[in-house]
Design a protein around this ligand. Sequence first.
Ligand SMILES: [Zn+2]
Ligand SMILES: [Zn+2]
Length: 314
Amino acid sequence: MIDRRSTLKLALGSAAMLAAPIVRAQNAKPRTRIVFLGTKGGPRVGIGASNPANLLVVNDTPFVIDCGMGVSRQLVSAGVPIPSVKYIFISHHHSDHNLEYGNLFYNAWAAGLSTPIHSFGPKGIEAMTKEYWELNKFDVETRIEDEGRPDPRKLLIAKDITDDGVVLKTSDVTVTAFRTPHPPIVDNFAYKFETPDGVIVFSSDTAYNPKLAEFAKGADVLVHECLYIPAVDRLVATTKNGATLKKHLLDSHTSTEDVGRVAAAAGVKTLVLSHFVPGDDPLVTDDDWTRDVKTNFKGRIVVAKDLMELKLPV
Ligand SMILES: [Zn+2]
Ligand SMILES: [Zn+2]
């Protein structure tokens, strides 16, 4: 594409170059990309990778999937204006996925938002949205009056998801929710985005769930959380509640070996590993993350990094 554009510009000369953007717009194919905004699992904030958040852009419409701490800043770093966000999806109500939900919206409003943002999440997101306005009543009402801003409470439209199924259908994207266990949490949804450039599934945090492979069957991209068990042993060796913490992590997340099983059973083209648990162990290499995945999955594997971009079609 770049090469063709360059050739076109050279051939037509400088006067015609002014018209080039129009030519591009008419010929533009639907453009779809994923940006991994935050790849570290868990709520602790560090100086390394940011907490969980993903961005999907389809035809210039940004969808944010999960709002861990840092999501607003990461969007700015990715060159995406915050007020351009149209949809927010929360997978579950662990704080590493929703802590910056209200503040992401607030930051869009602070940067000049004038059109609504629709948010979706498990039961509780409607109540959380209402309570966010209580928490920030003073600031919001002061700024509406004092700075002449629109009332943000009318611009954030939240919807609780209670069942599996289609939750959003736009002219070019269909989003489907699928409940997956993340003990002790049951209100937890993986999301499938059907776009003109392919199908993308975000696993959410999940225990090993073979049914997720059916939901992701034939997807172009599966973004799956992962747990590296040898590093968990190191992590819990240093904590007082080690045995309990290890049990929690093993019961509620998916080991790298099992991630490979899900990706293979689903037959996805590209598997992206993200939401790393533990997320900030410098001793864990990309080889460690992929070694056991490869025993079961022979397709393309991407180890996500913050702000890495994946273009579709893959
Ligand atoms: Zn998480
Ligand atoms: Zn979680």
